[in-house]
Design a protein around this ligand. Structure first.
Ligand SMILES: [Zn+2]
Length: 268
């Protein structure tokens, strides 16, 4: 069996400040090591439940946050950005049996994490069908597009709660809770233990319980921090300016939605 893991850093235990997420900043070192420990724990749980192939996509910033030393031998790592519309899910296809997310975080426009954001920090919110969409939401729909179930997520408590609403059978590990510009986290060792155990539980038994139904239609609204970015995004074919700082886009095809997100919010 084959598992796809998409990993981010803001929802790693303890991460509270942007400096802690930057490869070039000395204070990120310990948190990047914890990111690796948490991914490794998810891989160990998966291996115990019978997964023999695991692809880990580094989904944060440069996507070069770790080198894979110490990962189990079942693991391959996708580093850097393919520059295709799958973004943090690059490398996923129909051949996978399940998806897991490690280190995920609350979306832009919410208060669940001091670093709540969606995509680059140029957006103030992304909504899908009227609801705030996190990177988890966007990427879970990508999994659904390929018919791959979403079994596990770790990250902040508010993200875990919203993820459960999208996929009720999902196993979650809340490693921290945002309080204003601060966070309260569990111990890094406990996070690793829980991630290892819950990824095992999530990936055991009938994986069909984790299947997500893709909506039939998608109405996307993106708010930007700067009006000029909304002006620019308004030129994407089919996009409409919704307000001075936001655009909307409609499609029944989720891959078209991913293309819209890819070309309007990501830097070239
Ligand atoms: Zn992120």
């Amino acid at each position: 069996m084959k598992l796809f893991i998409s990993a981010d850093i803001e929802g790693t235990t303890g991460v509270t400040h942007w400096d802690e997420t930057k490869l070039e900043h000395p204070s990120s070192l310990g948190f990047r090591q914890q990111m690796v420990r948490e991914i490794r724990a998810a891989c160990e749980g998966a291996a115990r439940s019978g997964f023999r192939e695991i692809l880990v996509k580094d989904g944060h910033d440069s996507a070069r946050n770790f080198d894979g030393v110490g990962f189990p031998k079942e693991v391959r790592i996708l580093r850097g950005w393919a520059k295709n519309p799958l973004i943090m899910m690059a490398g996923l296809d129909q051949s996978f049996d399940a998806v897991a997310f490690v280190g995920y975080h609350s979306p832009a426009g919410s208060s669940g994490h001091p670093l709540a954001h969606t995509g680059p920090r140029t957006t103030s919110y992304v909504k899908i069908n009227g609801e705030l969409a996190s990177e988890f939401t966007i990427n879970s729909y990508t999994a659904a597009l390929f018919g791959v179930p979403v079994a596990f997520v770790s990250g902040d408590a508010a993200l875990c709660a919203s993820a459960k609403r999208l996929c009720p059978a999902l196993e979650t590990v809340a490693v921290s809770e945002g309080v204003g510009n601060s966070s309260i986290s569990i111990s890094p060792e406990l996070a690793v233990e829980r991630i290892r155990e819950n990824s095992f539980l999530a990936l055991s038994g009938d994986l069909k319980r984790h299947a997500i139904t893709l909506p039939k239609r998608f109405e996307i609204e993106i708010g930007f921090m700067e009006h000029a970015l909304a002006y620019r995004a308004g030129f994407y074919p089919g996009a409409e300016r919704f307000s001075e700082q936001s655009v909307t886009f409609f499609s029944t095809d989720y891959f078209e939605v991913l293309k819209f997100i890819f070309f309007t919010i990501l830097p070239a």
